[in-house]
Design a protein around this ligand. Structure first.
Ligand code: M7G
Length: 319
């Protein structure tokens, strides 16, 4: 299919779903990242009346919409033939205050160079796990010993349906996102695909966020890694630098890490610009790839099978 036609079909499909979204609840919001997570339904019934009373059913009609104000993109502004200072000429102020040398105001800069200014993500149908991930909930530390892993976590991971990582298989088989692949090493053991992460607009390189997804399907988490996987991990470390170079981000500006617990149990490495900060980098979740490689190669091959790993779990987390 022609990529433009493909894109138009995707856009009209997403628009169609967003028009049918019926808001039920704010799951959470974050003023620093200017993001809000909304829970609603995308009704399967055609009658507007019955849809209004329809309860949210996870895995069926539940939908999560994420609205995020996009960061300024000097590149997009320059492409539109403007500079940030000249944009100020067209700003319409709504409210304003002045005190001594200080002034502040709110305003609207509805100018083409700042568009699009909203990033929207939709998960539909959303499972209970998707909903819990974004809902404000009591969170507590867990210290996962090897014994606790063997008794509880491993069977939990084993019980995860492969449908949860269908999006990963779609990328690996190039059914989706193939036009966005930044780097691929096709080797079945030490190979992987690097694509822009869903959370990144692929424009502002200060927020650069890529994800390296390994081709092999037997590595579910950090707990599975041993010295046998060093060539894979070293390969990701060096090729992440090659991939980031395409966005003008050098190897010493990268933060590479693996989540434990991850949301998706298929080994992947997060590759971000060090300037990007957020919940995904918090201690107790992000394990730096450099340290993982160092622990396995210099301390013990079975480091991650013997380690007690602390992490934070939400009170309604399935695990
Ligand atoms: P994780 O550590 O399993 O969980 O990372 P997290 O989402 O709680 O961080 C999975 C990573 O894959 C995240 O950074 C997601 O934003 C990203 N991701 C998830 N999905 C469903 C997609 C997708 O369909 N495409 C791409 N490119 N990235 C995705």
């Amino acid at each position: 299919m022609d990529p433009d036609a493909d894109n138009i079909t995707t856009l009209s499909e997403i628009e169609g779903l967003l028009r049918r979204f019926q808001f039920k609840e704010v799951l959470s919001d974050d003023t620093s990242s200017k993001t809000i997570w909304l829970l609603g339904i995308i009704s399967t019934t055609t009658s507007a009346d019955s849809a209004a009373d329809e309860p949210v059913v996870a895995g069926h009609n539940a939908a999560i919409v994420v609205l995020e104000r996009m960061a300024f993109s000097p590149l997009a502004i320059a492409k539109a033939g403007c500079t940030l200072p000249t944009l100020l000429d067209s700003v319409m102020l709504a409210t304003g205050e002045r005190n001594d040398v200080y002034a502040w105001a709110t305003g609207d800069a509805s100018i083409a160079a700042l568009k699009p200014d909203l990033r929207i993500a939709l998960t539909y149908p959303a499972t209970q796990k998707h909903i819990d991930k974004h809902r404000h909930q009591l969170r507590k530390w867990v210290s996962e010993t090897p014994e606790l892993y063997a008794r509880i976590t491993k069977s939990f991971i084993d019980s995860q349906p492969t449908s949860r990582i269908q999006w990963v298989y779609n990328i690996l088989s190039k059914q989706v996102e193939s036009e966005h692949i930044v780097f691929e090493d096709p080797d079945p053991d030490s190979g992987f695909i690097i694509v822009p992460d869903l959370k990144w607009d692929a424009t502002n390189t200060d927020n650069m966020y890529l994800v390296a997804i390994v081709h092999r399907r037997d590595l579910r988490s950090l707990r599975d890694l041993t010295r046998n996987h060093l060539s894979l991990l070293n390969n990701i470390r060096s090729k992440a630098a090659v991939a980031a170079q395409k966005y003008g981000v050098s190897s010493d500006q990268l933060r590479l890490y693996i989540h434990y617990q991850p949301s998706y149990y298929h080994l992947h490495v997060h590759i971000t610009n060090v300037l990007l900060e957020g919940k995904g980098m918090l201690a107790g979740r992000a394990h730096l790839l450099d340290s993982v490689i160092d622990n396995i190669s210099n301390i013990a091959s079975d480091y991650y099978q013997r380690a007690t790993i602390p992490y934070v779990l939400g009170s309604s987390d399935e695990l």
